[in-house]
Design a protein around this ligand. Sequence first.
Ligand SMILES: *Cc1c(COP(=O)(O)O)cnc(C)c1O
Length: 609
Amino acid sequence: MERDLVCGMIAKAEFNYEFNGETFYFCSDLCRNEFRNSPVKYLKPTRSSEFTDGIEERKIAYFSMEIGIDSQIPTYSGGLGILAGDTIKSCADLKVPLIAVTFLYRKGYFEQKLDTEGNQQEIPVQWNPIDFLRPLTNKISIKVENREIFIGAWQYDVIGVNGYSIPVIFLDTNLEENSEYDRGLNDYLYGGNQWYRMLQEIVLGIGGVRMLNSLGYSGIKKYHMNEGHAAFLTLELLNKIRKNVDLKLDYEAVRELCVFTTHTPVPAGHDQFSYDFVNNALREFIPADVLKMLAGEEKLNMTFLALNLSRYVNGVAKKHGEVSRSMFPGYNIESITNGVHSSTWVCSSFQKLYDKYIPDWKNDPYSLRYAMSIPKDEIWNAHLEAKKKLIEYVNIKTNIDLGFDILTIGFARRAAAYKRADLVFSDINRLLKIADNAGKLQFIFSGKAHPQDGMGKDLIKKVYAISKILEDKVKVVYLENYDIELAKLLVSGVDLWLNTPSKPQEASGTSGMKAAHNGVPSLSVLDGWWIEGCIEDITGWSIGTSQNNESNNQQDADSLYDKLEFAVIPTFYQGKEYWVNIMRHAIAINASFFNTHRMVQQYVLSAYN
Ligand SMILES: *Cc1c(COP(=O)(O)O)cnc(C)c1O
């Protein structure tokens, strides 16, 4: 397997390039173009097997239903998966002895096609695991209903800046021994009905622990559940680790082993399965009364199961810790604010700049605070390079001709109702007036709606409809297929990153942190990470106040328009010096803190120790 030497992602074989007698591979045309223009001398590609080290030394098993490491491995849907991928990358850089366990999705999340009205069509992703992952020969099974589900595994190695590698184990039920139905469990991420979903989670949690045993990972001291999806692992541990004397269940011993990170600030977002389902599937695996005690009377609530059997529990931003504590009174819930993997999310022009002025930034992203000493014109030029790449991409992909000098606002994330992609269009006349009087602006949107989320799909259509009303006065583009690669292009190439979630539903949010790594300021509702990251007029701008706990659309829209009209647009067009000063502060104050190196170090000290 070859890695793209520009972005570090897995390369496509058809994109290769001869340089100094060696062949280099690139993940896409985009990077290849970048390489042609770049004076940087690249290292030789590395092969993962050279770095895989001792199995017994792994201390932490990190379980996640989705992991997004690379655009070409489509086993993620959004924030949760990207966070998992970024966490693993930082663990590799920091040599944290972790192993990750996740699920292989043969049809990916989905490929998004949008017609001229913005109707979303979901197409299974065509990809071949063997192109990216190494098949393992180990096989384990779980007794479900009256049969065994057999589970195999694949491995991918994430290699850190110093060569240390983190294995990622992808569980796979697509084996000849299994029925058609069980083989299909590997088809979709967040697809299928409750039964399908529960079996996937049983395979992840119970199968994951068994697979680690089978692979010889005997030194695991902590099992980290990234969201409740993996909480069935606690049941496997309960069965395995019994008291010496009478073989009774040893809750305390299991609690010592488990760490749980919750990501969901609304009760409806937590997975629940009926006990009929659970008992049908797992039979007498764990006595029914014990399950009810641990996971709730009515239904098996994966969050309660994880809460009751974890010694350390955390939310993903300070505010989200508070919200979680009030949602689950009686539990001790800490918070560790999310981050992003710095070198993954910094675009090539800023990479060059940081290499020049802050040479150790990849190892030590805290040192991005020294961005304050990078000359302003060089920051601005690096930004223009990224912006040019984005605008060219958009103008090739769509027939909307975006202007290069116009304030460009980015909004990309899962198309879910609470994210309110349409908030900025609440008052079209006001928006047009602002564009006329204060200065021109244009928008780039992107994001997939969950296949079963009708409201999310309607939002995409609404943005399409509004773009037609606005015509050329305020240009609006909606880009298909938001993924890691497109996200990187967007967060670095726009001038301003917009986020308008309805409070308190943004547990953290991470795309604004990616933008900050590229000097792009945010204009955002004070929820999730932005409560911690926003210094008004210094790192960006807030929408609304931090006072009220719940959002009001009208107030937020008014505030959004005011900020655009009186702060953002005048600064952009009339105060470039000041604008670049804000860009520098976004890097120095926010990128230096909201990164997964800092986050992982907090997990190591507070959760894993
Ligand atoms: C970062 C990222 C997300 C999550 O962004 P949020 O701001 O946390 O909603 C979702 N999808 C992709 C492709 C991303 O890169």
